[in-house]
Design a protein around this ligand. Sequence first.
Ligand code: NI
Length: 182
Amino acid sequence: MAVRPVLRMGDPRLLQVARPVADFPSPELDALVADLHDTMAAENGAGLAAPQIGVGLRVVVFGYTASPRYPEAPPVPPTVLVNPEIQVVGDATESGWEGCLSVPGMRGLVTRPARIRYRGHTPRGELVEREAEGFHARVVQHECDHLDGILYPRRVRGLRLFGFTEPLVAAGLIPGPAPCDD
Ligand code: NI
């Protein structure tokens, strides 16, 4: 149980494809999840993936009941997913500004599928299966991208849509101090 340093863009570990968790429940997985939660809470993140703390396993945590950073965003159920999978539902896409604890102080406009179905397991081995849209769908996709070594700037269409949070807020391009550094 500890707040761990979050790796920043440029660290090659963030570019690796993470391995599935083979055997769980396990004390090791419980310890990893506790560290992810502690670190996410300390950084006010909306989500965090194991590779961001240097662990190459397919585990993500996300969700909050009220985010100080995203006061406007609807709540996302606090969730731990082991070996998550995402399926896109329909053709609709949505653009939204994203941030990432591994890319501190910046935001980029990312277009993603608007609606998804996702599944995975809790650390106890129970199946989680949900449909999500809007911000919820965005957070899950952002976190699962980390498991494939993808940081959101790779999904930004052109550097004109990528910048430092402060001037973006000052210019009115994004609302308030963005909450969701995930
Ligand atoms: Ni991130």
